[in-house]
Design a protein around this ligand. Structure first.
Ligand code: PAN
Ligand code: ZN
Length: 199
């Protein structure tokens, strides 16, 4: 049974999570179709189905009043010139926000609304990022060590991965001349227009 007693754990420095933390792993094969350079993706996958990121979440009842929270650990690397990233999602209950706190590494959070407004914010240790209700979010690791963030959001939010899986984010983060660069995702305009036409 989920405890109704207060509890605490140490994330800086990281000293282990509560025993009942849930663990999810995403491997390269889970990300088919997400990266722009599909030839590089297939070539990498042929070499091995490497682990890209992991999420640890403290289980709480998925109901109003509760908060889900945990750690997201995104490993470093690239597919072609595109940095390793999370799948990204809207919350199923669109009107729910999320707070991220960066503990380690360096990266970006790319975000956008269903209407196509978009934003990108830097993640680095000590920096807090507020993702307002309605904004889809994806973290991107732009450095050579793990990007570790702590996150917290309403427990009843749920996740919608499908929208992002088909159209991607408006902003894409690539390496250009050794530095991160935010560019327009070339596939976004067409896929979004086609999706709108069908509704
Ligand atoms: C985070 C994310 C986590 C992994 O806990 O779930 O960073 O990213 P994806 O879920 O997009 O694979 C969160 O935003 N929860 O709502
Ligand atoms: Zn979220």
């Amino acid at each position: 049974m989920t405890t109704q007693r207060p509890f605490a754990f140490q994330v800086l420095p990281l000293a282990g999570l509560p025993d009942d933390a849930r663990h999810a792993s995403r491997h390269l094969s889970d990300m088919r179709g997400y990266y722009a350079d599909q030839a590089s993706f297939e070539a990498m996958l042929a070499d091995g189905d490497i682990l890209l990121y992991e999420v640890y979440e403290i289980p709480r009842p998925e109901q109003e009043g509760e908060l889900l929270h945990g750690l997201s650990i995104l490993h470093a690397g690239k597919v072609g010139d595109e940095y390793f990233m999370t799948k990204g999602h809207f919350h199923q209950v669109l009107e729910t926000a999320e707070v991220y706190y960066c503990l380690q590494g360096k990266g970006m959070m790319v975000m956008e609304t269903p209407e196509g407004e978009w934003a990108a914010e830097e993640l680095k240790p000590g920096r807090v990022l507020y993702v307002p209700p309605r904004w889809a979010h994806r973290s991107v690791n732009t450095a050579s060590q793990d990007l570790i963030t702590f996150y917290v959001y309403p427990a009843y939010a749920g996740h919608d991965y499908g929208t992002i899986e088909t159209r991607g984010f408006h902003a894409q983060v690539i390496e250009r001349d050794g530095a991160p660069l935010v560019i327009d995702n070339p596939r976004w305009q067409t896929l979004t227009r086609d999706a709108r036409r069908q509704t």
